[in-house]
Design a protein around this ligand. Structure first.
Ligand SMILES: [Zn+2]
Length: 475
C-alpha cells in the first residue's frame, strides 16, 4: 500500500510549512512546524546533496554492481515472483527464492522471526562492525477477488533490496571498510494484524540498525518532505461482528437480521461524514453477510480501516464509528462485538536521507520526477519502525498506473517497471555507500532524526488542545 501526496502550490513557502496534512495541524502545531522548518534550513541540504552525489568512482562501482545484478538475474527473479503471487503471511515460495539467492551470495539466513514464519533475517558473512545497514524487503501480493495479484509490485522489492545489499556488502568486505549489511524479509505489508514490522520491531529484530532502507512501486518518482503528520498512515483496523437470530426469510419476524445491521453501519457512517473532518478516510467491506437468501443472516462481519493524518483526531473518529456500530445493532435488535485488531501510527521521514536518495534516483535515470517533496511519510508505512530508526523509502517511477491495479501488475514485468526497479536498486546502493563511508553524513542524519523525533510528542500535545469534542446539550 502506498499513497502519494504531491504538493501542488507549495513553491512559495518552505516545504515543511505545507508538509502537514491539514490546516488545523499547521495552525495548532505552528511552533513545532516552525522548528521543523528551521531544522531543515540549518542542515543546508542542497549543499549536502551536491557534496555527496558528486564524482566518486567507488560509489559508481557499487551502483554499477547493483545494476548488473538486476539486469542479469534479479529482474527475472522479480518477474517470476510477480507471476506466482502469494498473499501476506503465506509467501513461502517467494521467501524460498529470495533466501536461496542470499545464501548463494554468502549471507547467513534465518527464516522466521517470533510469530512470523515468512519473515527472515539475512546477514552477510564477511562484514564486520558498524554502521549496520538494514535493507527491508517485502513480497506479499494483494488480496483480490480473482485471487492474489501483485498490483502493488511488492514482487520486485526483494530483488531490488538484494541487489543493493549484495553490492554494498561486497564493497565493505573487499575494501575492509567497517560496516555490516543485513536484509530483513518483512511479510504481509498489506495485512494487519499482525502489523509485521511492528511485531518484528517489538521482537528486537531490528536492534542495532543505524539505517533502514526500502523501496516501493510508484506512478511517479518522489520523496517525502521531512517530518511527520502523514496522511492515511495513522490507521485503526476495526472488525464489527453482528449477531442476530436465524429464521425463514418468509417469517423473518422470528429472527433478527445481522446483515441489516451491517448495512445500517455503512449508512450511518455515510450520514456521519459531514460531521467528520474532511481528511478522514473510512474504508470498509462486508466479509460475511449470511449463507442463503431464505435464512435470516444471524451473523455479519464488516472489516474497516479508519484513517486520519494524526492519531489524536483518529481516536475521536474511531469512537464515532464504534458508536455507529452500536447504534446499528440497537436499531436492528442485534448485538455487535467490536474488535480493534490492529493499528498503524505516524512515521518520521528525514530530509538528509530522502533528498540524497532522491538526487540519486534522478542521477540514475528516474522518470516522472516530481520536483516538490510529498507529505512526510515513514519509510516502512506502518510508522513504528521509522519512529525509532532513521531510514528512507525509494520510489522511482515503476508504473504508468496507480497502485493496487491490474495495470500496475502488468507494468511490473514491462520496460517501465524494469527501468524503475533498476533505478531504485542503484540509488539504494549509492545512499548506503554514502552512509557507510561518510561519518559526518551519519552524524547529520542522526541529528536530524533526533530533533524531529523530539518534536513529535509536543506536536501530539498541541493537537490534543485543538481537537475538542463539541458539547452536546440535553434534549
Ligand atoms: Zn505496498
Amino acid at each position: 500500500m502506498r499513497l502519494l501526496h504531491v504538493l501542488a502550490a507549495a513553491s512559495l513557502v518552505p516545504a515543511t510549512l505545507f508538509a502537514q496534512e491539514t490546516p488545523t495541524e499547521r495552525e495548532s502545531a505552528r511552533d513545532v512546524v516552525h522548528q521543523l522548518d528551521s531544522l531543515e534550513h540549518s542542515l543546508n541540504l542542497p549543499a549536502l546533496v551536491a557534496r555527496l552525489t558528486g564524482p566518486n568512482a567507488a560509489r559508481d562501482q557499487v551502483a554499477a554492481r547493483a545494476k548488473q545484478l538486476m539486469t542479469t538475474e534479479l529482474l527475472a527473479m522479480g518477474d517470476d515472483i510477480t507471476r506466482h503471487p502469494e498473499i501476506g503471511f503465506q509467501e513461502k515460495r517467494s521467501v524460498q527464492i529470495l533466501t536461496d539467492y542470499l545464501r548463494k551470495h554468502d549471507f547467513t539466513v534465518k527464516i522466521g522471526t517470533p510469530g512470523l514464519p515468512t519473515a527472515f533475517v539475512a546477514r552477510y558473512n564477511k562484514n564486520s562492525g558498524a554502521p549496520n545497514l538494514g535493507v527491508i524487503v517485502e513480497y506479499d501480493a494483494l488480496r483480490g477477488t480473482k485471487g492474489a495479484f501483485h498490483g502493488d509490485q511488492h514482487s520486485t522489492q526483494g530483488p531490488i533490496g538484494i541487489a543493493a545489499a549484495v553490492a554494498m556488502a561486497e564493497y565493505l568486505a573487499r575494501t575492509h571498510t567497517p560496516g555490516s549489511v543485513v536484509v530483513f524479509g518483512t511479510p504481509g505489508e498489506e495485512m494487519m494484524p499482525p502489523d509485521a514490522k511492528t511485531v518484528m520491531f517489538d521482537s528486537h529484530v531490528f536492534d542495532g540498525m543505524d539505517i533502514l532502507v526500502r523501496s516501493h512501486s510508484s506512478m511517479v518518482t518522489s520523496r517525502p518532505a521531512a517530518g511527520f503528520g502523514t496522511c492515511c498512515m495513522n490507521i485503526d483496523g476495526v472488525k464489527y461482528t453482528f449477531s442476530g437470530a436465524p429464521a425463514h426469510e418468509l417469517t423473518a419476524w422470528n429472527g433478527r437480521n445481522a446483515l441489516t445491521a451491517a448495512i445500517h453501519l455503512f449508512n450511518d457512517i455515510d450520514g456521519l461524514r459531514s460531521n467528520l473532518r474532511p481528511e478522514a478516510r473510512i474504508q470498509g467491506i462486508i466479509t460475511e453477510g449470511g449463507a442463503a437468501p431464505n435464512v435470516v443472516p444471524d451473523r455479519a462481519v464488516a472489516d474497516f480501516y479508519i484513517r486520519y493524518p494524526d492519531e489524536v483526531y483518529l481516536a475521536q473518529e474511531t469512537a464515532m464509528i464504534d458508536d455507529a456500530a452500536r447504534a446499528a445493532a440497537l436499531g436492528t435488535g442485534t448485538k455487535v462485538k467490536i474488535d480493534h485488531y490492529g493499528k498503524a501510527r505516524d512515521g518520521i521521514s528525514i530530509g538528509s536521507l530522502s533528498e540524497v536518495g532522491f538526487a540519486y534516483m534522478k542521477k540514475y535515470g528516474a522518470t516522472g520526477v516530481q520536483p516538490e517533496p510529498g507529505k512526510p511519510q515513514g519509510y516502512e508505512e506502518t510508522g513504528s519502525v521509522s519512529m525509532a530508526i532513521p531510514g528512507m523509502g525509494f520510489s522511482a517511477k515503476t508504473s504508468n498506473a496507480p497502485n493496487h491495479t491490474y495495470e500496475m501488475l502488468a507494468d511490473a514485468t514491462s520496460p517501465v517497471g524494469h527501468q524503475g526497479f533498476v533505478v531504485d536498486a542503484q540509488a539504494m546502493a549509492a545512499l548506503l555507500f554514502d552512509f557507510a563511508t561518510h561519518p559526518e553524513y551519519r552524524a547529520i542524519v542522526k541529528r536530524e532524526f533526533a530533533t524531529i523525533h523530539g518534536l513529535h510528542a509536543r506536536y501530539i500535545e498541541d493537537l490534543k488542545k485543538t481537537y475538542t469534542v463539541p458539547v452536546v446539550g440535553a434534549p
